[in-house]
Design a protein around this ligand. Structure first.
Ligand SMILES: [Mn+2]
Length: 243
């Protein structure tokens, strides 16, 4: 069976929960979304030994970089703005290493929320440390309603991976206070909100599938078939890449 790895997040026990020593975690909705696509979900924990990360990557047929905290802006040559939120540089470090290996070994990659931002930064792009810093930004991208609520319109570019199964316009949830500023070289924008914020990207490389979405399809994929399709289609890409 096909195996898809999920990059884990990390919380420090001392800060978040005094009763614990800290933990590696992935939200269960990512796990269930992959399982519904008939691939085996595997959580890839935060470790630092490059040989161990290579070994983890060799087990999986695809990798999803999951959501989480802000990326350290020093990674994209910016000082921290006062609107920056929590950063976890050790997770950045681990995920950059994992993405480097995925790129070298041509393992298909899907980035979700922070995952999309991580891909953009790794390949040389930059981020708005807060969406309010983007010119002409007028749409709220940090929704107050629950996971099933669809917050704003997203227009999908023709001739993109997303367009092939979602069509031209969808409505998504939105839980991000940051977004892409300068797009990384070798990538194209594949979806935007009405205020021009970048909502999805994909690599233009023929031999490396790497795409990202700014919203959270895993949060409502149990009820919304369009969102589940993102995982189903990613699993297909991983299957094709294998053969
Ligand atoms: Mn949004």
């Amino acid at each position: 069976m096909l195996k898809i790895g999920l990059s884990a997040g990390m919380v420090s026990g001392e800060i978040e929960r005094p009763i614990e020593k800290g933990r590696c975690y992935v939200s269960n909705d990512y796990v269930q979304s992959i399982a519904r696509s008939a691939a085996v979900p595997l959580i890839l924990p935060v470790i630092f030994d490059i040989a161990m990360i290579e070994e983890m990557a060799s087990i999986v047929d695809g990798i999803i970089f999951t959501g989480g905290d802000d990326i350290n802006p020093l990674s994209y040559r910016e000082e921290p703005h006062h609107k920056l939120r929590n950063v976890v540089p050790i997770r950045d470090d681990y995920e950059f290493k994992l993405l480097k290996i995925a790129h070298l070994k041509k393992i298909p990659v899907l980035g979700i929320c922070r995952g999309l931002q991580l891909i953009n930064v790794f390949f040389g792009g930059t981020l708005y440390q807060d969406n309010s810093l983007k010119e002409n930004s007028y749409i709220r991208h940090s929704q107050a309603r629950g996971f099933d609520f669809l917050e704003h319109t997203v227009t999908i570019t023709k001739e993109s991976w997303l367009n092939s199964f979602l069509g031209g316009t969808i409505i998504t949830n939105s839980y991000h206070h940051q977004s892409i500023k300068d797009l990384a070289k070798g990538f194209k924008i594949t979806a935007q909100s009405k205020d021009g914020l970048i909502e999805a990207i994909e690599s233009t490389a023929k031999d490396f599938f790497c795409a990202g979405v700014q919203w959270h399809p895993e949060m409502n994929s149990d009820k919304n078939l369009s969102m589940q399709k993102i995982f189903n289609e990613f699993t297909k890409i991983c299957m094709d890449n294998q053969s």
